[in-house]
Design a protein around this ligand. Sequence first.
Ligand SMILES: Nc1ncnc2c1ncn2[C@@H]1O[C@H](COP(=O)(O)OP(=O)(O)OP(=O)(O)O)[C@@H](O)[C@H]1O
Length: 246
Amino acid sequence: MTDAITASGLTVSYGDTLALDDLDFTVEPGLVHGLIGMNGSGKSTLFKALMGLVKVDAGEVRLYGADPERARRAGRVAYAPQNEDVDWAFPVSVEDVVTMGRYGQMGWRRRTREEDRRRVSEALERVELLDLRDRQIGALSGGQRKRAFVARGLAQGAELLFLDEPFAGVDKRSEATITELLRDLAAEGRTIVVSTHDLVAVPALCDRVALINRRIIAHGDADDVLRPDLLAEAFGGFVPQEALRA
Ligand SMILES: Nc1ncnc2c1ncn2[C@@H]1O[C@H](COP(=O)(O)OP(=O)(O)OP(=O)(O)O)[C@@H](O)[C@H]1O
């Protein structure tokens, strides 16, 4: 089976800051992968590089064997950004945000067809936001906002979903709802990569765990990866205690 992601020798810098350093990352399809690392370890940059959204100094990315930009344009990959990267005051409804997932298929006039409206409704129903479809996106709770972005990816028909910190600012109940949703999507064959600081959330959510600190330090089963020595390497000598209890 073709891997969902293969990245090799990926190097990205912003001026003098080296964000990714000769990083290799291979992701099996149909699983939930957790991407764990401290602030500034390159998690968001990795997502952007995998989607062809930042300039890569060196290295190569393939998504299902294809060029990342092509995979993105074909709607095969979707990205739910960190809260800070979204303008929540923007005057769009939840339904508008999910409809954006259909833009690639709509043509330049962006006129919605029956098929688009059906896919949007199905996606909203799937994430249990159908009754909030007319609400302004910023008037949702943290967990509902994340689900709206997942719905956008589903409306688009994405096979590969990237979620940047989906549990930030989300209560335990919403976290459980999102976890269940992502587990179901993976069971249907989608591939999911989730960046999180929340190590306690990892066992319930992730099939595999990757530790990142500008490169991938370890990637595999949680028991093999969440080891004190590897965590110390990822977290710069500081081992988060909750990681060892996870
Ligand atoms: N647009 C940018 N311009 C300059 N430096 C940047 C930019 N984006 C990220 N960086 C730097 O690149 C490094 C990696 O940042 P990145 O946002 O990928 O890390 P992260 O693991 O997602 O962090 P966090 O957990 O805080 O969101 C950091 O040192 C950051 O300051």
